[in-house]
Design a protein around this ligand. Structure first.
Ligand code: F3S
Length: 773
C-alpha cells in the first residue's frame, strides 16, 4: 500500500481546528453567561453542532446542563480497530456516501494471536485474517481512511503517537479510546453505529456528563507508577462509580506526570464506567508532542493554554465546579494489585499476600504479561528493563513465563534500537506482535494449564473479566503496573512483595530489587521502524472496489432490520433471566468469535453463552415452554423461526465492559425486542437503541424477583413514548405460566432521536433514508 512517514505526514490534518473551537467557546461563554467551566465542559461544548440548541432548549436556561442536556456533537476524528471497524464500515457502506465526513483511521490490532513471538505469529495471523484485512484496506482506500496494517500497533498507542492532541474531540470504536485523554483530548469509546454518525456528519448525541474532579497532589516515587493512580481510584469508585461522569484530573500533581503516564490513567477510566477521562495541557505534553513530530501542535496548544481564562480552551477555569472531587496524594500512593475477575477489587501491595491467604487464591502464578495499549510506553518498558537488569546481574531468571506486547511499531523499534527488548528477551521474555494478543483472548497458552484449572496470571493490562485472556474462566488475572508484574514474575509467587521481600540468587545470596528507574522519552528520539507498517495516505479513491466474497464465513453484507410495528408489542416471551454480572463479553464472547465480527448470522451463535440462568445457576442453559433445555442462542433461533420476539431480564450494569455493538446487534438479529434490567452500562444502552432494541429499567428493582423465563409480556405506553419522542413511561403486563398477571412499571432514557431509531428499525435505517432523500 502507499505509505507516508508519520514525520512527513500532514500535521495540519492532525491539528485540532483551534480557531473554530475558540469561536465556539466564546459562543458557549455567552450562552452560559460566563459561568465558570471545567476543562471537559470547554472542550465538549466547543464541539456542539449548535451550542444554543443543546445548552438552552433541553434545560432551564442552561442551569442544569450536566446529567440532563442532550448534547449534539460534531467530533473532529474517528478511530476504529479492526474487529469493530468491519461492522462500522458495513454500515457506512449502506449509506452510499463517497468519503467520510471527518478524518478517520483503521488499526489492525485485535485479531493477531500471541503464541510463539512476533516473527511467527504476525505472518500466521495475516494469512488467517486475509479476507478481513483485504476488506478493511479496500474500503479504507475507497473512502479515504488511513489504514494501519497488522503489525503497526495497537489503536490507542498509535492514536496517542499520531492523532490525539489537546482540545481534540474524537470517537473510537473501542472502550479504551479515552487513553487519548492523556494528551488533553476528549476521546470517547463508542459502538460502530455511533462512529458511523460522525463518518456521515450526523451530530452524535450524548447525555451531558457530570464532571468528577480528581485532584492530584505530590509526586510519584519509587515503585508507585501512574497505573497505581487508576488502580487505586478503581477501588474507590467501583466499576459503576464513574458511570455518567467525565473524570477530569487537575492539581499540582498533574505537572509531575509524563504524557504516557497520563494516558495510562485515562485508559483505565473505562474500568469505572466513565464516559471518558482527561488531563489538562501540561508540561509533560510538550516533549511528547515534539518527540512524535508534532512540535507545531505543542506550540499552538501552548499559546492557547496561556491565554486569559475567558479564551483558554485547554485549562479549567480557576473557580470551576466539579460534581464530586476526590484527592489523591501521589507522594503517599502505594502500588496496587486489582483482581481477580473485576478491576475494582483493589488491594495495596502491602496487604496483598494477606488477601491471597484469606481468599485462598493460588500462591504461585504461571505468566506475567506486560505492555498492551495500557502500559507499553518508553517509560514503562525502561522501568521494567531496569528491574530485569538488576535480576540478571544477580543471576536470576523469571520463574513465570514472561511476555511483552509492544503498543506500536514505533515503540517496538525504539526499544529494539536502545536494546531494551534484547535485555527482556535475553532474560527469557517473549516479545509478541505489536497487537492486542493475550489482552483480548488471542493467546494460545502453551504451558500446562487446562480449561477449568484454577490458576493465576499477572498482567499490566486494563481488564480482567473471566476468560478474557486465555479463554479459561478459571484463570485469575491480577492487574498491576508493568514494574510490579516484572518483579513478581521473578518470584513466580503471588505473595512476593518486591519492596520488602528478597529472592535467593543461584549462589544462595538474598537479593532485593531496588525501586525501578526509567526514561520518560528516548534520548535519541523515536525510531520509525518497519516502513511496511506505515499507514495509507487517507485520500479517497472512488475507483477502488470493496472486497467482500459472497461465500465468506466472516463477512456478510448487512440486511436492514424491520421497522417498529404500528402497535404496542404483544406476545413477547422472556427468553432468559440473567443472574449477576452480564458484560458485553458475556453477551458476545471474544476470543475465537472475533473472526465473525463482520458476519452477523455466524457471530450470533455466541449470543449470551456466558450468561448465568437466575433460576438454575447454570450457564448458557435455557428452557423452552415445554421444559426442554437447550443453549441460549438455540432457543432464540427456535423462537425467531416461530416468529416470536423476546425479552431479556437482567440485573445491574447490564452490558458493562467494551463498546462491542455486536452485543446489541446479535440479540436484535435473533429477535430480541426489549432488555429489562436493574441498570445499564452507558455505551451498551445507547448501542441497543441504535439497533432498535428497547432498553428499560425496573422502576422498582424488587420486581426483578417477580419475573421468570417463558413469561409472556406485552407493552403498554411504548408506542406513545416512541411517537412523542420519549415522553411518558412504559408498563409491562406479564402473564405468568400459571395464568396469573403481574404489572411491572419501568423507566427509560429514550431521547427524541433515539425514538426515531427504534421506529425506523435501527439508526442505520434512519440514516440511509435521510441520505437518499
Ligand atoms: Fe487491545 Fe486490550 Fe487495549 S484488546 S485495545 S490491548 S484493552
Amino acid at each position: 500500500h502507499a505509505s507516508t512517514s508519520p514525520a512527513a505526514a500532514d500535521v495540519s490534518s492532525r491539528t485540532p481546528p483551534y480557531p473554530k473551537l475558540l469561536s465556539k467557546l466564546s459562543e458557549v461563554r455567552h450562552i452560559l453567561d460566563k459561568r465558570p467551566l471545567t476543562l471537559a465542559e470547554k472542550i465538549l461544548y466547543s464541539h456542539l453542532d449548535r451550542p444554543a440548541e443543546s445548552l438552552l432548549t433541553n434545560t432551564q436556561n442552561g442551569a442544569s446542563i450536566r446529567g440532563q442536556a442532550n448534547l449534539k456533537l460534531k467530533p473532529d476524528r474517528v478511530a476504529m480497530q479492526d474487529a469493530s471497524a468491519q461492522m462500522a464500515l458495513l454500515q457506512f457502506m449502506t449509506c452510499g456516501l463517497p468519503t467520510t465526513a471527518v478524518p478517520a483511521s483503521i488499526h489492525c490490532d485485535h485479531m493477531i494471536v500471541g503464541e510463539k513471538g512476533a516473527d511467527t505469529d504476525l505472518p500466521a495471523s495475516i494469512k488467517g485474517n486475509k479476507e478481513v484485512y483485504d476488506f478493511l484496506e479496500s474500503a479504507a482506500k475507497k473512502y479515504g481512511i488511513e489504514f494501519w496494517p497488522p503489525g503497526a500497533g495497537i489503536i490507542h498507542q498509535t492514536v496517542l503517537e499520531n492523532y490525539s492532541a489537546p482540545g481534540l474531540m474524537m470517537l473510537g470504536t473501542d472502550s479504551h479510546t479515552p487513553n487519548a485523554g492523556g494528551l488533553g483530548a476528549i476521546a470517547i469509546g463508542v459502538g460502530g453505529a455511533d462512529a458511523v454518525d460522525a463518518l456521515v456528519d450526523a451530530p452524535w448525541e450524548l447525555k451531558a456528563p457530570r464532571i468528577l474532579g480528581v485532584r492530584l497532589e505530590g509526586e510519584l516515587s519509587g515503585w508507585a507508577s501512574p497505573k497505581d493512580v487508576i488502580l487505586d481510584l478503581a477501588g474507590r469508585l467501583t466499576v459503576r462509580g464513574g458511570t455518567g461522569f467525565i473524570i477530569e484530573y487537575f492539581g499540582p500533581g498533574v505537572e509531575t506526570l509524563s504524557c504516557t503516564g497520563m494516558a495510562t490513567i485515562c485508559n483505565m477510566g473505562a474500568e469505572v464506567g466513565a464516559t471518558t477521562s482527561i488531563f489538562p495541557f501540561s508540561s509533560g505534553h510538550i516533549p511528547y508532542l515534539e518527540a512524535t513530530h508534532r512540535a507545531s501542535i505543542a506550540a499552538a496548544a501552548g499559546t492557547i493554554a496561556s491565554a486569559p481564562e475567558a479564551r483558554n480552551l485547554l485549562r479549567a477555569d480557576s473557580n470551576a465546579e466539579y460534581d464530586q472531587v476526590i484527592t489523591i496524594n501521589l507522594s503517599e500512593l502505594e502500588p496496587h494489585i486489582n483482581g481477580p475477575f473485576t478491576p475494582d477489587l483493589s488491594t495495596p501491595l502491602s496487604k496483598f499476600s494477606n488477601m491471597v491467604e484469606v481468599n485462598s487464591w493460588p500462591k504461585t502464578f504461571g505468566a506475567g504479561l506486560i505492555g498492551s495499549c495500557t502500559n507499553s510506553s518508553y517509560q514503562d518498558m525502561t522501568r521494567a528493563e531496569d528491574l530485569v537488569k538488576q535480576a540478571s546481574a544477580a543471576g536470576l531468571k523469571p520463574k513465570a513465563d514472561f511476555f511483552i506486547s509492544p503498543g506500536s511499531e514505533q515503540i517496538r523499534a525504539t526499544l529494539e534500537r536502545d536494546s531494551t527488548l534484547n535485555t527482556l528477551s535475553s532474560a527469557g521474555g517473549m516479545v509478541l506482535a505489536n497487537a492486542c494478543g493475550p489482552c483480548i483472548g488471542q493467546w494460545k497458552r502453551t504451558d500446562d494449564v487446562k480449561k477449568g484449572d484454577t490458576n493465576a496470571i499477572f498482567t499490566s493490562y486494563n481488564r480482567n473479566f473471566p476468560a478474557r485472556n486465555d479463554g479459561n474462566r478459571a484463570t485469575m488475572n491480577f492487574l498491576a503496573s508493568p514494574e510490579l508484574v516484572t518483579a513478581l514474575s521473578y518470584a513466580g509467587s503471588t505473595t512476593f512483595n518486591p519492596m520488602t521481600d528478597t529472592l535467593s540468587t543461584p549462589s544462595g545470596e538474598p537479593f532485593r530489587f531496588s525501586p525501578p528507574r526509567g526514561e520518560e522519552l528516548p534520548s535519541a528520539g523515536f525510531a520509525q521502524g518497519n516502513p511496511a507498517f506505515l499507514p495509507t495516505t487517507g485520500k479517497a479513491d472512488p475507483t477502488v472496489e470493496v472486497k467482500i466474497d459472497p461465500h465468506s464465513s466472516r463477512l456478510a453484507v448487512l440486511e436492514p432490520f424491520a421497522p417498529f410495528p404500528h402497535s404496542e408489542l404483544s406476545g413477547l416471551r422472556i427468553l432468559y433471566k440473567v443472574k449477576g454480572q452480564c458484560t458485553t463479553d458475556t453477551i458476545s464472547a471474544a476470543g475465537p468469535w472475533l473472526k465473525y465480527k463482520g458476519h452477523l448470522p455466524n457471530i450470533s451463535e455466541n449470543t449470551l453463552i456466558g450468561a448465568v440462568n437466575a433460576a438454575t445457576g447454570e450457564t448458557n442453559t435455557a428452557y423452552d415452554v415445554d421444559g426442554s433445555s437447550t443453549t441460549i442462542p438455540e432457543l432464540a433461533k427456535r423462537w425467531k423461526g416461530q416468529g416470536r420476539e423476546w425479552v431479556m431480564v437482567a440485573e445491574h450494569n447490564y452490558g458493562e465492559g467494551s463498546a462491542r455493538e455486536h452485543a446489541a446487534l446479535q440479540p436484535r438479529y435473533l429477535g430480541g425486542r426489549v432488555i429489562l434490567a436493574k441498570s445499564f452500562a452507558r455505551i451498551h444502552e445507547t448501542n441497543l437503541k441504535k439497533q432498535g432494541v428497547v432498553p428499560l429499567t425496573f422502576a422498582k428493582e424488587a420486581d426483578y424477583d417477580l419475573l421468570d423465563a417463558c413469561d409472556e409480556v406485552s407493552t403498554e405506553g411504548l408506542l406513545d413514548v416512541l411517537r412523542s419522542g420519549g415522553k411518558g413511561q412504559v408498563r409491562l403486563r406479564v402473564k405468568k405460566r400459571d395464568g396469573k398477571e403481574v404489572v411491572v412499571e419501568t423507566k427509560h432514557t429514550l431521547s427524541e432521536d433515539q425514538c426515531g431509531f427504534i421506529m425506523a428499525g435501527s439508526a442505520l435505517n434512519l440514516l440511509a433514508r435521510k441520505a437518499s432523500e
